[in-house]
Design a protein around this ligand. Sequence first.
Ligand code: PMP
Ligand code: GLN
Length: 381
Amino acid sequence: MITTKLPKVGTTIFTVMSALAQKHNAINLSQGFPDFRVNENLVKEVTKAMNNNFNQYAPMAGFMPLREQIAQKIEKMYGISSNPDTEITVVSGASEGIFAAIAATVRENDEVIIFEPAYDLYVPAIELQGGIVRHISLSAPSFRPDFEQLKRLISPKTRLIIFNTPHNPTGTTWTTEDLETLDSLLEGSRILVISDEVYEHLIFDNQKHQSVLSYPNLKERSFAVFSFGKTFHATGWKVGYVIAPQKLTAELRKIHQYITFSTVTPIQVALAEFLKNEENYIHLADFYQEKRDYLCKLLAQTNFGFTPTQGTYFQLVDYSKISDQKDTDFAIWLTKNIGVASIPISPFYQNENNNSAKILRLCFAKNNETLEKAVEKLSKL
Ligand code: PMP
Ligand code: GLN
């Protein structure tokens, strides 16, 4: 028989809600993925790479022309140079990058600080390494980080801090001041950082994404994690990358080489071509801001409350005027009875009971028609 290593873990809420949406033929605004197509030219590049026989193992750290293009993109966006040979690793989705960075750094009884609600992979990945999770609560409605609380939580046992901006599920973004405060709090410590930046391009109202890479002292202690899935509407390709200083990268690669060894070759070859033209990604914020604004305009006619999200492709909605059911129950009810699937935010908490907010997450990476149909249903409530 087997004794589970993860007694608190079941099937992820994303899988559960997508399956429920399918079962009840509901409009799926739950799991985060676009319902529109990947750019045709990118698809052509993938086909070309396959026809050109790029079908065998890629180098363990990634196809070098792709790493070179990533270095150029990072330099353009954040004004820093990174060495493709020693500081950039292509991974099989940001998930793998985050998991490998945690496995490379956390030992038995090390403390890891996260901000809750937190993306669901952090806690199990930490606990699998024997690490102890300490969390800072992000409170509705602003979900801003509280650095006084962070200061109190930091102890000699703290090994790692994981944060995520723009933030899933709340859409909150960290400011220059937030990054500077984190930087000064960590000064002189041995604490490492994982900065989950998968939504770097999805940031609205003329804000600029604050990457850990733009802060020299933070950069020295950080794994910055990115995902092409979000940037190129291709979540199913599972290709991402991690930027970290040479010593951290060396440890990350020791794990990466035994999780997957390397990442899907033809897609890396295609991405290396596609990244040469910055037009292929610099307009993403405008594209998604239009979607956010459209969804918010539609939602204004419903009884759901909301503040327009600042980043990501998720919009939180407050249903306290409609129901007092718990979010997990209400999300199921909404899927079965109204025909719209969403994500409750309780599963983003270590202890689901720590969330009493009547809030659901809607994904707006959808055609306008999908959003219209969904809100038409929601407006019945
Ligand atoms: N971090 C966050 C905050 C996410 O929302 C996601 C996406 N689903 C990931 C990491 C994982 O990204 P990927 O699909 O590239 O593994
Ligand atoms: N990151 C996506 C979300 O938040 C889902 C990823 C997954 O299904 N594991 O919806």
